[in-house]
Design a protein around this ligand. Structure first.
Ligand code: ADP
Length: 485
């Protein structure tokens, strides 16, 4: 198949969250399965052209598109995804992308991504490269399915299908209603509550959901959740009307960086057959946080953005009493919300032997925490997919999670399903529920045989991108069939 993969973030060029990781990995693995993929990305000024060996494409220079009734020029730079043959085409517009930030609150934020999407079609036309599928990701590229259906299917793209993947429904690209009139769509509809109206405004994501041949998200449970009022953020009705065209595919993890046997960022690599070595990493981790190493209390790790989404407001009311009980220790790495940062900081001040806290972003420490902790805590209120619970399972670190999104799809509770269990799961978003789950985990920690069994089961999980890429290929085929109907 020929796949045009459009994204606003892609590792190693630019990343603010999980979308960047997926975009850096999925096209590579689909390419590896013998398909032809081209990635399209804006050329933000934060991307260093020399470092990434990008070259200016003369053949595609001087192109323009019509935006809000005027011509807008752009140019194209070429690169490759590292360790692959996948072409990456960077759309450059001095007007729109030479800014200090990737996403902005500027008045023309809508136009930045309108230009990007119009430019993608213009380039495809110019190259005469007609993809079987256009894969759009999140709001910045969610109008591609709309443009395809209303404008380009009447041209050379009559056999091209579209897939829209929602990585986090919290970001919807909502602007003034005039946004949609900045592109020229034949037969445009502006009826109330139609695809181009969202609570009196215009949402890129809603329009994309209405027009994509297949809509997907990053875990099966999140695919069901976003059809409900609790999780849909006002888009639940739009999603529900797409019925069984809405699917969930779990993200993979990159096991060239997240593999305890070959991880260069941990002092003592290990695998399922040498789990004793994990305790050496625990000692190193405790030392790093200046916590005592002369006993064997279970050590709970946290690595997270500190935002409401991640559920640490459930931990706040019980943290002090847990620490006072003294039968576990915490190491915390994260940054974000000022209040939560202070909650952890003052706990570390009051209980210096019980909890170590590092406020900030630290890639190498995050690997040591995965390798050295016994338990990993993710009490998220919502979690489209989540990566850290998968890293934890691969590192023999037992996850304690709330049953939501990708956490529900990857962690199986010990007391509910002992034969398949790999961790501990709680349901209601309440501090007492979280406390009970932590206590259940701690009370099992001394049962060495059981703990090993849980660890080994987790380490045997398959979260490879090869598996996820195969699922995306099925989605692409489904989209092609759907587009013919
Ligand atoms: P989200 O994308 O919602 O933040 P994910 O679990 O999907 O959550 O991915 C988060 C990624 O960011 C993980 O790889 C995690 O290890 C990493 N991460 C988050 N906070 C930090 C931090 N403070 N330092 C290092 N890595 C972090």
């Amino acid at each position: 198949m020929k796949i045009c993969f459009a994204t606003s973030e892609c590792v190693p060029f630019v990343k603010t969250g999980g979308l960047g990781d997926v975009s850096g990995a999925l096209p590579r693995f689909i390419g590896g399965l013998g398909h032809e993929v081209k990635v399209f990305l804006p050329l933000y000024s934060t991307i260093d052209r020399e470092d990434h060996h990008l070259s200016f494409d003369k053949k595609l220079s001087g192109l323009s598109v019509e935006l809000d009734g005027r011509p807008e020029e752009f140019s194209v730079w070429l690169g490759k995804l590292p360790d692959s043959d996948v072409d990456t085409l960077f759309i450059h517009s001095h007007t729109y992308f030479d800014r200090p930030h990737i996403y902005t609150d500027d008045d023309d934020e809508d136009e930045r991504y309108l230009l990007f999407q119009l430019a993608i079609f213009r380039v495809l036309e110019e190259m005469k490269w007609i993809p079987d599928v256009i894969h759009a990701n999140d709001w910045p590229t969610a109008l591609l399915p709309v443009l395809l259906r209303l404008r380009y299917r009447l041209r050379a793209f009559s056999k091209t299908a579209s897939v829209l993947t929602i990585h986090n429904i919290g970001y919807q690209g909502t602007f003034d209603r005039s946004t949609i009139s900045k592109i020229n769509l034949p037969g445009k509809r502006t009826t109330r509550s139609g695809p181009f109206e969202h609570y009196g405004r215009f949402s890129f994501l809603k329009a994309g959901i209405c027009f994509a041949d297949v809509v997907s998200t990053v875990s099966p449970t999140y695919a069901a959740e976003i059809q409900t009022r609790e999780f849909g953020r006002g888009l639940e009705d739009a999603i529900r009307t797409r019925g069984d065209r809405v699917q969930g595919v779990l993200n993979g993890i990159d096991d060239s960086t997240w593999n305890p046997a070959s991880d260069s960022l941990i002092p003592y690599p290990y695998d399922a057959e040498s789990l004793n070595v994990k305790s050496e990493n625990k000692r190193a981790l405790l030392e790093r946080f200046q916590l005592p190493t002369d006993d064997d209390l279970p050590l709970i790790g946290i690595i997270s953005r500190l935002t409401d989404q991640k559920g640490f407001n459930l931990l706040e009311p019980i943290l002090e009493s847990i620490l006072r009980e003294g039968d576990m220790r915490f190491v915390v790495l994260g940054s974000g919300d000022e209040h939560l940062q202070n909650v952890f900081r003052s706990a570390a001040h009051e209980f210096p032997d019980q909890i170590g806290v590092r406020i900030g972003y630290d890639e190498s420490l995050s690997h040591l925490i995965e390798a050295g902790a016994d338990i990993f805590l993710m009490p998220s209120l919502y979690e489209p997919c989540g990566l850290n619970q998968m890293y934890s399972l691969n590192y023999g670190t037992i996850p304690v999670v709330r049953r939501t999104g990708g956490l529900a799809d990857t962690v199986v509770d010990l007391d509910e399903d002992p034969a398949n269990a790999n961790g501990f799961v709680f349901d209601r978003a309440e501090p007492t529920e979280l406390e009970r789950a932590l206590h259940r985990a701690i009370s099992r920690y001394d049962d060495r045989f059981l703990w090993r069994l849980l660890q080994k089961r987790g380490m045997a999980s398959d979260f490879s991108w090869t598996t996820s890429a195969a699922s995306y290929l099925s989605l692409y085929r489904e989209a092609v069939v759907a587009s013919e109907m």
